[in-house]
Design a protein around this ligand. Structure first.
Ligand SMILES: *[C@@H]1O[C@H](CO)[C@@H](O)[C@H](O)[C@H]1NC(C)=O
Ligand SMILES: CC(=O)N[C@H]1CO[C@H](CO)[C@@H](O)[C@@H]1O
Length: 458
């Protein structure tokens, strides 16, 4: 056992000028020796260079250019942190931080300008090869996300994630990544946060902004799962023996706490967990595979009451269930906050929505400490609960915390950030050391200020 984290927290406190006595740094935390720390970013949020060389347009390029009214400060990711040009400096920041790995994402349309594998961008390949080489030179392991929300616009024209054919195109893209970068990348994440990019992208205000809640978001999730399963099997068949890498998926998992001890709030909180995490974890990590039974049952029943001829939640074939079941070497968890869940009697509305399908109201306790994001209340104990839920539900799978952090106004007077990191790491420590949750690494979001989607640079 070593005391890496005691060291990390002291270093953070020193940097921002917070003395140890101002915050509660009483006990020393000792994470297991093998436990690793890193930081994360995503291509659209930091790279800039949106139209350089032959890079293709992606849905966030299109969306920020055409719908600046939806972006908080009306900005775009055209330049962002300019990591496309400044990546060597960014790697030096990683060296200064002393992290052992860096999680970043590859921009699909920088590699394949049209989204399809017939035309590969030399410049795109060169950029990521140089970035990875720079990381390896500095002994920082790359942890690569293949899809962090920036779908090539040309594929969106075909319906994006709602068109089943996209699973095959994603496999073609993934194969190129394994072929070109697989010798120097050991850990792959197929998707980042399908709950967000499906529900908020196809059912809400994120790109592409289709706003078809309770319908297109389910189609998106379905094809994401199919694509994930196919890529995992393809890696096993064509690359695993030689490259010996690990392939997983990253999900956004806010903890869902029952609003009261009433039986119906308890049951509803579990239903919401099954809709929000089980939607993706059940097909992969459960013994049975397929969607969570409660999700299947509720969406089928609600669709019927709404006079749909078939369920709004698509069905996997038996072959797909087998392909997806067990298709991850680890589960990536992005965790930031907690919600309270209250049972509500389902009203029949002809307009579908995931909320009516769940029969729940989600809210947050007004007494919880706030951040600069309306949704990100500071609730450290939820971190320990979500990790224990995963352990119980899926027989303690291998977990990497792929994101955790807090948004605050600009400036270095960020004692709140220090205490957020301190308190969340203490909960993580309890989950790992006391509860024996199988978590092997922690990734902080993010390495640097970035374009935060519809929140712009705020
Ligand atoms: C790239 O986009 C910028 C705006 O971000 C624009 O000024 C520039 O002309 C564009 N370059 C090309 C080659 O289209
Ligand atoms: C919810 C919240 O606190 N939002 C604030 C985040 O920071 C920006 C700019 O610093 C403010 O304008 C928001 O009101």
């Amino acid at each position: 056992m070593c005391c890496l984290t005691c060291f990390v927290l002291t270093a953070v406190a020193t940097i921002v000028g917070v003395s140890r006595s101002e915050t509660d740094y009483t006990a020393k935390l000792c994470f297991p020796k093998q436990f690793q720390f890193g930081v994360a970013t995503a291509a659209y949020q930091i790279e800039g260079a949106w139209n350089i060389s032959d890079k293709g347009e992606n849905i966030w390029d299109r969306y920020t250019h055409q719908h600046s009214e939806i972006i908080f400060d009306h900005k775009t990711g055209d330049v962002a942190a300019d990591s496309y040009h400044l990546y060597k400096q960014d790697v030096q920041l990683l060296v200064e931080l002393g992290v052992s790995f860096y999680r970043f994402s590859i921009s699909w349309s920088r590699i394949l300008p049209d989204g399809l594998s017939n035309r590969v961008s030399e410049d795109g390949i060169r950029y990521y090869k140089e970035l990875i080489a720079e990381l390896n030179k500095n002994s920082i392991k790359p942890l690569v996300t293949m899809y962090h929300w920036d779908l090539p616009q040309s594929l969106q024209e075909l319906g994006g994630w709602t068109n089943p054919i996209i699973a095959d195109y994603f496999v073609d893209y993934a194969r190129i990544l394994f072929e070109v970068f697989g010798e120097s990348v050991n850990v792959w994440i197929t998707f980042n946060e399908p709950l967000s990019f499906c529900h908020d992208g196809y059912g809400g205000l994120d790109a592409p902004g289709d706003r078809s809640d309770g319908f297109e978001d389910y189609l998106c999730g379905h094809n994401v799962m199919r694509a994930h399963g196919k890529v995992y099997r393809m890696y096993q068949e064509e690359f695993a023996a030689k490259q010996k890498g690990f392939v997983g998926i990253t999900l956004d998992m806010a903890w869902m706490e029952p609003a009261s001890s009433a039986k119906e709030d308890q049951t509803t909180a579990e239903t919401v967990r099954q809709f929000q995490y089980g939607w993706f974890t059940h097909p992969i990590f459960s013994k049975q595979g397929d969607y969570p039974p409660v999700m299947r049952k509720r969406v089928d029943a609600m669709s019927k009451r709404q006079n749909f001829a078939r369920s709004r939640l698509p069905k996997f074939t038996a072959e797909e269930i087998n392909e997806i079941r067990g298709s991850a070497d680890f589960l990536g968890i992005n965790h930031y906050t907690t919600y309270l869940v209250k049972h509500v009697e389902t009203k029949i509305s002809l307009k579908p929505s995931m909320d009516t399908d769940m029969g729940a109201k989600l809210y947050q306790d007004p007494s919880w400490p706030v951040s600069n994001s309306s949704w990100l209340k500071i609730v450290p104990w939820g971190f320990r609960k979500i990790l224990n839920w995963v352990k119980q539900e899926y027989d303690n799978p291998l977990v990497i915390i792929t994101e955790n952090g807090v948004s605050l106004p600009p400036g270095l007077q960020d004692a709140t950030r220090v205490s957020y990191i301190n308190e969340y790491l203490r909960m993580l420590h309890a989950a790992v050391v006391q509860d024996r949750c199988n978590v092997i690494a922690y990734t902080h979001w993010s390495l640097m200020d970035n374009f935060e989607w519809t929140r712009g640079f705020s």
